[in-house]
Design a protein around this ligand. Sequence first.
Ligand code: ZN
Length: 130
Amino acid sequence: MRWSDWWSDWGVSDQPGRRGENGTVSADNWTTCPRCADRAQKEWDERVRAHVASYGVINANEYIEEDANIARGKPLDPETFREDYDFFFETVADEGVTVVATYSGSCRECGLGLKFQDRHLLYVNGDTRN
Ligand SMILES: [Zn+2]
């Protein structure tokens, strides 16, 4: 799914693409996907278990080579999860100004994803109390 499709569902016309304008705080970020990291850890644990079980069963050179690979440690998890988030004011006619927070994240490997938007009224039109 394209990012613009994610945003268009909410009727937010200027997402993303107006980064850095006044009143807008937004970012995108790549990070480790929790589901992919969990799967990679399980695969690593299985690899170590299989290696331990292979002692005396496989060729000694193969064992030594895999022993060295495992001693180097589990490879770092790739950053496959993209996050986009934004905070901004939105003027609502006949009402006031709301603060809008949007978040969208999705993994390009496994498809894990989440998006949500939250709005809170900040200022009611005509409220000039101090
Ligand atoms: Zn993933």
